[in-house]
Design a protein around this ligand. Structure first.
Ligand code: T4K
Length: 406
């Protein structure tokens, strides 16, 4: 919940010299982070923890992990939920179980973890273009699929669902599995169904900064019973009994402590989503009409978790670049972030190859240069939002004078 004990800052902005980047005290005394983690009701969490102490059962498919899997299967309306230690390893398990090899098509506009995983596993990430909606473009995927393609991994960026049907059609035609990276998308819907039942499998991140979290964790959802069984084996070294191994596997288990956090947060999720929606609306109202700053409204807004406050900055209209704006805000302790900067295809270790290939992803490049996230989510504070919007309005009004001094 918002920290209401803090006294509000009385800082006023009247001239550029009032900005912290020019030496004035910052607007906030402590950093305001993008996606400050939600803390569930402490008593609810401690009740789950008390059970762990009594049972002395801390990990290895314990009762809280099983309870959370059952609750998630019901909540997401998907037959199989497999919890893991994080989403990166979860995606690894899915690709191993599906026998994915060779090239894997991914958006460049996504978190770098997927490209890293592929590289570490000796596979080759093929970076694809997104549309202006920031989501993987099925037409671009279709033209990059080859005989070498082992899978397509598409991200529901900022919780907005991909063109699931369009991507599925392209993958079916080519005979390659489609996996969804749903790290951002807990609670979202597509075609009347909650995300979780699409493609061969969907992978959610339960990292602390996510809308629904377990401190660290991953969740694989699938309608495929055989795949789910395989995933359960491979997340626990392939054991079918205490001294009997059925296949190669690794340690991808979720602990009972993490499951306790997940159970407490699942109970709180609708409240968290409602609070995040209020924060998002606060930014929408506070930034309305500011030239050069466009707050993105999520697709399928009624189901989106509203966890991400995503703006596109038009340097020409604002009179300052996105990077300058981030610098000015950071000095005020508003820790705005560039995402996903600089884009997978421009990040080591991929840059040398993509440059040599002459890979051109103009929409991705434009997004990586323009997108900025502001502190949001269900743990943000509406008073902070009001003050941040006033600060941004001041920066926009004084952009010429500020730019001249930097
Ligand atoms: N696919 C996508 C699309 C993803 O976004 C991610 C992860 C994955 C796959 C992989 O999922 P996991 O394997 O992680 O389950 C973070 C997270 O570490 C990462 O999980 C997440 N995406 C990514 C988008 O964000 P950073 O480096 O950008 O942010 P981080 O962890 O520094 O946290 C952001 C801010 O939140 C910090 O500046 C401070 C604040 N914070 C953070 C933590 C952890 C807190 O106030 N308290 C905290 O406990 O990577």
């Amino acid at each position: 919940m918002p920290d209401t004990a803090r006294p509000p800052s009385d800082k006023r902005f009247e001239s550029p010299g009032d900005l912290a980047i020019f030496g004035a005290p910052p607007l906030f005394d402590t950093p305001r982070h993008v996606n400050r983690p939600q803390a569930p009701d402490r008593a609810a969490f401690e009740a789950f923890m008390a059970g762990i102490w009594e049972r002395r059962w801390f990990t290895n498919d314990g009762p809280l992990v099983q309870a959370l899997e059952a609750r998630l299967a019901e909540w997401l309306d998907v037959p199989h939920c497999v919890l893991t230690c994080n989403a990166t390893i979860a995606l690894d398990l899915v690709m191993q179980a599906l026998g994915v090899r060779g090239e894997v098509l991914i958006p460049s506009y996504t978190f770098i973890s997927t490209a890293h995983l592929l590289t570490l596993r000796g596979m080759r990430p093929v970076f694809c273009e997104v549309g202006a909606d920031m989501l993987l473009d099925p037409a671009d995927v279709a033209q990059r699929i080859t005989q070498e393609t082992g899978a397509v991994v598409a991200t529901h960026v900022w919780g907005s669902p991909c063109d699931v049907d369009g991507l599925q059609m392209v993958c079916d035609r080519a005979g390659v599995p489609l996996i969804f990276d749903a790290a951002h998308a807990f609670g979202g819907r597509y075609g009347g169904h909650r995300l979780g039942r699409f493609g061969a499998a969907e992978v959610f991140s339960l990292h602390a900064t996510k809308a629904f979290h377990a401190c660290e964790g991953g969740l694989i959802t699938t309608t495929d019973a055989a795949l789910a069984l395989r995933l359960r084996l491979t997340r626990n070294f392939g054991f079918v009994a205490s001294d009997q191994v059925a296949c190669a596997g690794i340690n991808a288990k979720m602990s009972e402590l993490h499951a306790a956090m997940g159970l407490a947060n699942l109970d709180a999720f609708e409240g968290t989503r409602a609070a995040a929606r209020v924060i998002h609306a606060g930014y929408r109202d506070g930034l309305a009409g500011v030239a050069g700053i466009a707050l993105k409204c999520p697709a399928q807004a009624e189901d989106n978790n509203h966890h991400y406050v995503v703006c596109e900055i038009d340097e020409g209209a604002l009179g300052l670049s996105r990077d300058r704006l981030v610098e000015i805000l950071t000095a005020e302790n508003v820790y705005a972030r560039r995402y996903f900067y600089p884009g997978g295809h421009r990040s080591p270790p991929h840059l040398a190859r993509t440059e040599a290939e002459g890979l051109s992803l103009p929409v991705t490049d434009a997004l990586c240069a323009r997108v900025m996230l502001l502190p949001g989510g269900g743990a943000a504070d509406l008073e902070d939002v009001t003050r941040t919007c006033a600060l941004i309005r001041f920066i926009a009004a004084q952009a010429g004078a500020i730019g001249g001094r930097l």
